[in-house]
Ligand binder design. Structure first.
Ligand code: COA
Length: 355
């Protein structure tokens, strides 16, 4: 049976380390609060105006392509997951193609807007393309340059302290080897709570605060001097162009959905939680990952956490963690690796891979 396997994997994080203490210089927060609630000690920020979501993705992709032993011109489809794209449109997929210098191939490029579970959705889509024989070398990338779009004042502290920049990439290829590669993927969404974790402005709705959904307010659309289509002066004046998160609500949903979708994937593949060798959860919050670990009865060496060093890198977090675990020798041939993610949308998913 034709399946897809990870032929190559790579990641990139910017050099600049931003500690919790660094953040205390610009907002009212503390190292103690951040560590206790999230487990985060530090995160990386890209170099403003030099690095972008696309350039970081290209660095990660180049490693994945080289490890897969192909030429970059052989990539026949690009899937790019991000919530912090270089442009509003077009998406980062075509920008990555250009950055890699492979436009001549005219390979297709697809952008995925599924935030923290974007990479899971990406590899599931790639897996279908490969299983049907449509493509042989599919590049799936998750990359985020959050630092360009966060509120560094105290009013943004509950969101800003969590996020970091980085990119991860895999090159998926077909395999006919027995019991190897992606065994199954499960994808879910529930739009009921779309505004619970969202950056809703700018948008074609004309602008409102996530908190004020019950009573929509007229925010001056469409008389902005910055352009009538999306951004209004009021949005700029009132700091409405930053992400909003109902942290406790997201937390409660995450600890429910992570174990649920992992058990669903195991059931679909005819496996049990005891069969998992390594769990790579989306790095949302160390407390969420620890809860999931306990629910599944996994030892400390069966879960990969790096949120302490990189924060939450959204679409990039799963491939960065997977790549780190692989490079550290924590994943070996034949191991059952479980990837899982939950985030804004809400969207969530899991994948089981035989390494
Ligand atoms: N530093 C110091 N104090 C902060 C703070 C910060 N960075 N952020 C919030 N606070 C304060 C709040 O203002 C609040 O103060 P108050 O009680 O005086 O009003 C208090 O801390 C508690 O805030 P709350 O938002 O209820 O904290 P929490 O315990 O829920 O922790 C999160 C906040 C964000 C760490 C937590 O909710 C979380 O991790 N949620 C999941 C988020 C997530 O995973 N997001 C990614 C999606 S996958």
């Amino acid at each position: 049976m034709l399946r897809s396997k990870i032929g190559g994997i790579g990641y990139y994080v910017p050099e600049k380390v931003v500690t919790n203490d660094d953040l205390t210089k610009v907002m009212d927060t503390s190292d103690e609060w951040i560590q206790e609630r999230t487990g985060i000690l530090e995160r990386r920020y890209g170099k403003k105006h030099e690095e972008t979501t696309t350039t970081m993705a290209a660095r990660a992709a180049a490693v994945a392509i080289e490890r897969a032993g192909i030429r970059k011109e052989d990539v026949d489809f690009i899937i790019f997951a991000t919530l912090s794209p270089d442009f509003y449109f077009p998406g980062c997929g075509v920008l990555l193609q250009r950055e890699l210098g492979i436009t001549a191939s005219e390979a297709g490029a697809l952008d995925i807007r599924n935030q923290c579970s974007g990479f899971l959705y990406g590899i599931s889509v790639a897996d279908q393309f490969i299983r049907t024989g449509m493509y042989k070398n599919v590049l799936v990338v998750g990359s985020e340059m959050h630092s360009m779009g966060l509120d560094f004042s105290t009013s943004g502290r509950n969101v800003t302290v969590i996020f970091g920049d980085g990119a991860g990439a895999v090159l998926l290829q077909p395999t006919e080897e027995e019991n190897k590669g992606i065994l199954t993927t499960c994808l879910h969404s529930d739009g009921t709570y779309a505004e619970k974790l969202a950056l809703i402005n700018p948008g074609a709705h004309g602008g409102y605060h996530a908190k004020q959904l019950e009573e929509p307010v007229d925010y001056g659309y469409p008389d902005s001097k910055y352009g009538d289509m999306f951004v209004t002066q009021r949005m700029l004046d009132e700091g409405m162009l930053f992400p909003y998160m109902d942290g406790q609500f997201v937390f409660k949903m995450a600890v429910q959905k992570f174990p649920e979708v992992i058990l669903e994937a195991l059931g679909k593949a005819g496996l049990k939680k005891e069969d998992i060798t390594m769990l790579i959860p989306h790095q949302a919050n160390l407390r969420i990952s620890q809860f999931v670990q306990r629910r599944l009865g996994l030892r400390d060496d069966q879960i990969w956490n790096n949120i302490q060093r990189f924060g939450n890198t959204t679409a990039a977090s799963v491939p960065i963690a997977l790549c780190e675990a692989y490079e550290a020798g924590a994943i070996k041939s034949g191991d059952l690796v479980c990837l899982a993610a939950f985030g804004s949308g809400f969207t969530w998913g899991a994948a089981l891979l035989r390494w």
